[in-house]
Design a protein around this ligand. Sequence first.
Ligand code: NI
Length: 155
Amino acid sequence: MNVINNTINRLNSFINEVPERFNQIPADELVFKKSPGKWSKKEILGHLCDSAINNLSRFVRAQFEEQPFELTPYAQDDWVRVNHYNEMNTVELLNYWVIVNKQIVQIITNIPEEKLAGTIVFGDDAFREDKSEKNLLWLIEDYVVHMEYHLKQVF
Ligand code: NI
């Protein structure tokens, strides 16, 4: 399944590199919020955990639920707020992020090619301008692009 190998390799590199780099950041910097409405570095990593479990669910359901699979948004700020990531032990937060992403690698490594081509549509409440049809492969690639965007904010 060459078409998805690049994405899996990038995801595996992040899984291998992020914990050590994150642990090098001083604890006070990890929890610092520029303003009450801005996420700290720890909350950004928490947001990536929320993204991981929400997308894990999508990558699973898109393979057997009614087609086309409709992408529904999740309330990102509420998820970060309710999870209290700034109060969480940093090692446990990193373990959580690693474990969910390893399971995502396990899932996406085994998606048959015809399922990767399955159509994804966006509901009216989707947080996006471009609501043209996409496919499951695009959704998986977009997951890693989003991760990379936020990791650049942290490092
Ligand atoms: Ni985000």
